[in-house]
Design a protein around this ligand. Structure first.
Ligand SMILES: Nc1ncnc2c1ncn2[C@@H]1O[C@H](COP(=O)(O)OP(=O)(O)O)[C@@H](O)[C@H]1O
Ligand SMILES: [Mg+2]
Length: 329
């Protein structure tokens, strides 16, 4: 959501909504919700906001190309608006190899700092155009308009600069499933470049085992304990991780059902990678698609009054693999 401050400067207010839509559509998870507040959307969304804010800050301080985080309150964070388009909406780039190399370099630099993005896809990579005026006398206007004069004006130099967003699911290079997350991020970029830009890197990899050796190298400050440093308890980390895994699982299942033409539920555009990548520039900001029911909101507001770390542990854990979408709301 784009908002403006007192001076009219536009900012992005991100409202976290973890566990709000999908969870209520899963029967097994409704039971889970009854079991304890660890399934509450407000608790989980607040954790997501806290974690995202902490990582955005740490990454920004380390010089990574991320928005500037401004503040965090409850389940929202405020950050600077990046004047850029998600890569998803870009149909052509002049030099895919160079952009690909930049994105892989960011991924490897994150690894060096002990981190894996965990959702490194075309929605979470914004592409900024940085224009350097051509070294000509007059100011050239557009790069595409033809000049009627014999001497066409020199075109501005345009550099594509990626900016990375969306950090609630960041994981450590020491995570038990780190290799899977790392490989998935790499595969995501490769797949997108192949489909969209028809570009395939000549070099294989990068591989997790090589990246792992670089963790902390060249005096790189480890950032994987960032969440803990910002007040996250182990339980909070676990609750959040489980919830995110669930949502990813549900998004995958939904994408699968859609592909088979069997999905008839409410459609909130998620980061699922559907196959229709040809110029479909749909708006994936379905902010107001579903509000929690009044009663639910009341409970959530109540929970906010409590101190987060005191939430009781759910009695039993639900293995993510066992969940299926039983109905759609
Ligand atoms: N700081 C920002 N500047 C510009 N656009 C942004 C910014 N943050 C998010 N967006 C836009 O909003 C979309 C969703 O943001 P994201 O943080 O990825 O949320 P979600 O968790 O819903 O995926 C992005 O794909 C991007 O288009
Ligand atoms: Mg995103």
């Amino acid at each position: 959501m784009v908002v403006a401050d007192d001076a009219g400067v536009q900012k992005v207010l991100k409202i976290h909504r973890l566990g709000r839509i999908s969870f209520r559509t899963v029967k097994a998870n409704r039971d889970y919700l009854k079991n304890g507040q660890a399934g509450s959307w407000m608790y989980l969304s607040q954790l997501a906001a806290m974690k995202e804010f902490a990582f955005m800050r740490a990454l920004r301080d380390e010089g990574f190309p991320v928005p500037e985080p401004i503040s965090q309150s409850r389940h929202t964070i405020l950050m600077t608006l990046v004047d850029a388009l998600p890569m998803r909406q870009i149909s052509m780039v002049p030099d895919p190899a160079s952009l690909y190399a930049d994105l892989i370099a960011i991924l490897l630099r994150l690894a060096q700092h002990g981190l894996i993005h965990g959702d490194y896809n075309e929605f979470n990579i914004l592409i900024k155009e940085e224009r350097t005026p051509a070294p000509s006398t007059s100011t050239s206007t557009s790069t595409s308009t033809q000049s009627p004069s014999a001497q066409p004006p020199a075109a501005d130099q345009i550099t594509l600069v990626p900016v990375i967003i969306d950090f609630p699911q960041m994981v450590s290079m020491d995570h038990v499933n780190a290799e899977m997350y790392f490989d998935r991020d790499v595969a995501c970029i490769k797949r997108f470049f192949k489909r969209r830009f028809h570009f395939t890197a000549t070099q294989p990899g990068p591989f997790f085992k090589d990246a792992k050796k670089t963790v902390g190298k060249d005096a790189a400050r480890r950032l994987d304990a960032t969440a803990e440093a910002s007040g996250f308890t182990k339980k909070m980390a676990k609750d959040l991780e489980r919830a995110i895994a669930l949502e990813q699982k549900l998004a995958e299942e939904k994408a699968e059902l859609k592909k088979e033409g069997k999905y008839f539920g409410a459609d909130s555009e998620e980061n699922s990678d559907d196959d229709d990548d040809d110029n479909d520039q749909e708006d994936d900001s379905s902010e107001d698609d579903e509000e929690p029911e009044e009663e639910e909101r009341g409970q959530a507001e109540q929970q906010l009054e409590d101190d987060i770390p005191t939430f009781p542990r759910p009695e039993k854990e639900i293995p993510v693999e066992k969940l299926t979408i039983s109905e759609a709301t």
